[in-house]
Structures are given as structure tokens and as C-alpha cells.
Design a protein around this ligand. Structure first.
Ligand SMILES: Cc1ncc(COP(=O)(O)O)c(C=O)c1O
Length: 383
């Protein structure tokens, strides 16, 4: 007899991106699919000198010195939060899981941007959330619409990626952030702010987090060590208002006791390194250059077929085909021709999703490979 799974497993959607990434491993395939940092920019892992004390079990909240360093970092971006309310995560993806566990019952309404981060949608749906997507404009979501949905639906929380958003690259300006914070305060709607791309900025620093503008609403702010340090160490962190912090620590304890201490040592060494600022500057230059060469190839190959905004941070171009068509069914043919992308459909909470969007990662492929891959994609779209 087949084993009986929990009823939530019926809602467990396969992650399209994981499956595409698996297909993209074949030699010769040029991948624009994942949000992978440039391999040549990853710091070396040789000669690690991890103190032997880190071999033992540790605290659920994370290493005290790392929590202090994160609290200091948060202060530099305008979010005041003491180390006692910093929780180290096993990747910021874990924060999404913990927040979903904290808030979501089957049928519980929540708000996200539309489009939004596809792996967050996957988690929210697994727990049975009724996801309401607010259209994402060039300046973010409309605060009035946010207020209206909050009053009408009483959502449990609002999930936003306001800095160089995945997938669109949109970054909310200061006044939009303030207006969104006011709407959240008025509705007493908890904010879940996901900010992994903040340091991947090409035109100066992003504005203060929305959480820093809140006066009353509860909040969780999270970020990651994946995008500007090492994704393989699987480390992120969250900071939260006091009412949310305590249950989140308990949920983390139930999930994995604590995050990998060797990874925490590496992250601490990175945050405390005197070379960090110079390293980040160099990384931003590499990515700015990759964005520019990618855009030149996009214009050459897809200029007549598609339109896009130039992202001033993050890792993606969000492409809209001038003549919308089903890009999901195009994907297997693209893989056959040795190029992979994320069909925009999977990033929309609503069904049916708007057709004709593609998310293209520009950080991973070399400029030469990107040019070749975009040429293949254009040929496919024309064919
Ligand atoms: C918006 C967003 N949140 C969270 C994550 C998860 O990052 P990690 O678990 O590597 O910290 C990603 C990864 O791409 C992301 O784009």
C-alpha cells in the first residue's frame, strides 16, 4: 500500500527552477535560470582556520559575535535592531519557511507583490495560503491598494522584496517606502521584508528598509549571505519586532536546532574583514559590467522582440515580449538548443499568469556565453 502523506503534500508544487537547473547541468547549456553569483567572484575556501570550539552544538539564535556584527550592519543600512533580536538562519529561504509556519493556516490570506520570488510562493502555497498579489509598478506596490486589500481581506502578513526585486529588479524609492510603511501601520498588517539583493547595487546604496519606517506594525526583515558572499554556506539572518522574534526562534529550534557553526564562522570573518568594503566594491563593478554587456547583447538579439528596464541592482533582467506568447511551452525547445531561462509565469501568484515574460540572470554566464545564449533564444523566438 502506498504511504499516506500529510494533506499539505498535495499542495507541494515541484520547483520549476530546480527542475530547469537540473536540465541546465548538461555540458554546453547556457543558463540564465538560477540566481547564481558569478563563479569567478566567489571567495576562496582554502586555508580555513575555524576555531575548534565551533565543532560543538551551538545556540539556536546563532553565534553571539555574529549576531552583534549583523546588528551593526543593520544599523549601517538604517534599521536599528539589537543583537538580541537577530536570528541566524540556514539560508534566508529558511526565514520564508519559518514565517509561513508562524502565520499561515489553510486558506489564510496573505499579500505578495505580483510578480514575486517564485520559491516564496512555493512555500506559502504549501502551507495553504490564499495569496493575493498586488501589481508591482516601477515604484513598488500601490500603498492605497495595499490598504484596501488589508481592510477587505485581513491578511496575515505582507511579503515584499523592495530592493532590486526578484524577478523584476524594481526598487522602491524613499517616498514609496514611507507610504507603504504608513499603510501597514494603519492596517496593523505585519511586514515580511526580504532583502537579499541590497548589497548588489550599481548606482549607490538602496534606501532604508521599509521596516525602519514602521511605527506600530509588526515586522520581520531578512537578508542573506548568498548573493555577495557564498551561497554554498547556506546562511542568512532575520531581525524582527519583539512579538514575532520569540516564536520564530522556537520554530527555528524545532526545524534544525541551529545553523551550521562553520558557516557562521565564515560569515563572521567576512563581516569583520577590513577588506570587505573593497571586496564589495569590486564585486559591484564586476556585476555592473556584466549587466552592461548583457544588456548590449539583449539589445542586439532581442531589441526588436522584447522590452525591459535596466536593473540598477540585483541579478536579473525581466523581459516582456512585445508579442506575448506562451513561454512555458518554449522552455523544452530552448533546452534542446542549449539555453535555459525562467518563464515569468511561475513568478505570478494569480492564475492564469500574464503571458510573455522571461526572467534572465545576467551574473552567472560569461559575456561571451551570454551573447551566444541570447542569440539562441532570439532564434527560437523568431522560429
Ligand atoms: C527574494 C529571495 N529571497 C530569498 C532567497 C533565498 O536565498 P538564500 O536561501 O540563499 O539566502 C532568494 C534566492 O534567490 C531570493 O531571491
Amino acid at each position: 500500500m502506498a504511504p499516506t502523506f500529510s494533506e499539505r503534500i498535495a499542495r507541494l508544487e515541484p520547483s520549476v527552477v530546480r527542475e530547469i537547473l537540473a536540465a541546465a547541468q548538461a555540458p554546453g547549456v547556457i543558463s540564465f535560470a538560477g540566481g547564481l553569483p558569478a563563479p569567478e567572484s566567489l571567495p576562496s575556501l582554502t586555508g580555513l582556520d575555524v576555531p575548534s570550539a565551533y565543532a560543538q552544538y551551538g545556540a539556536t539564535e546563532g553565534e553571539p559575535r555574529l549576531r552583534e556584527a549583523i546588528s551593526r550592519y543593520l544599523s549601517t543600512i538604517g534599521l536599528e535592531c539589537p543583537p538580541a533580536r537577530v536570528l541566524v538562519l540556514s539560508g534566508s529561504q529558511q526565514g520564508i519557511d519559518l514565517v509561513a509556519k508562524l502565520f499561515v493556516d489553510v486558506g489564510a490570506p496573505i499579500i505578495t507583490e505580483s510578480p514575486t520570488y517564485l520559491a516564496a510562493l512555493q512555500v506559502f502555497r504549501l502551507f495553504g495560503a490564499a495569496v493575493h498579489g498586488l501589481p508591482l509598478g516601477d515604484e513598488g506596490v500601490d500603498p492605497d491598494a495595499l490598504g484596501r486589500v488589508a481592510r477587505a481581506r485581513r491578511p496575515r502578513f505582507c511579503y515584499l522584496v523592495p530592493t532590486y526585486q526578484n524577478p523584476t529588479g524594481v526598487s522602491y524609492g524613499v517616498s514609496s517606502r514611507q507610504a507603504v510603511a504608513r499603510a501597514l501601520d494603519e492596517a496593523a498588517l505585519p511586514l515580511f521584508e526580504d532583502d537579499p539583493y541590497r548589497e548588489v547595487s550599481f548606482d549607490g546604496d538602496g534606501p532604508r528598509p521599509i521596516a525602519s519606517h514602521l511605527e506600530r506594525a509588526s515586522w520581520v526583515y531578512q537578508s542573506s549571505f548568498s548573493k555577495v558572499f557564498l551561497p554554498g554556506i547556506r546562511l542568512g539572518f532575520l531581525a524582527a519586532s519583539p512579538d514575532l522574534f520569540v516564536p520564530l526562534v522556537r520554530l527555528k529550534q524545532a526545524a534544525d536546532l541551529h545553523s551550521n557553526r562553520v558557516s557562521q564562522w565564515l560569515a563572521l570573518s567576512e563581516l569583520e574583514s577590513p577588506e570587505r568594503a573593497a571586496r564589495l566594491d569590486a564585486l559591484r563593478s564586476v556585476y555592473r559590467h556584466k549587466r552592461d554587456t548583457f544588456q548590449a547583447s539583449l539589445t542586439k538579439h532581442l531589441g526588436a522582440l522584447a522590452e525591459w528596464h535596466t536593473p540598477n541592482g540585483g541579478l536579473f533582467f525581466w523581459i516582456r515580449l512585445k508579442t506575448p506568447r506562451d513561454v512555458v511551452s518554449l522552455l523544452p525547445k530552448a533546452i534542446e538548443r542549449g539555453v535555459v531561462f525562467v518563464p515569468g509565469d511561475v513568478c505570478f501568484p494569480e492564475a492564469p499568469a500574464p503571458a510573455g515574460y522571461l526572467r534572465l540572470n545576467f551574473s552567472h554566464a560569461t559575456p561571451e556565453a551570454a551573447d551566444e545564449g541570447l542569440g539562441r533564444l532570439a532564434a527560437l523566438l523568431r522560429g
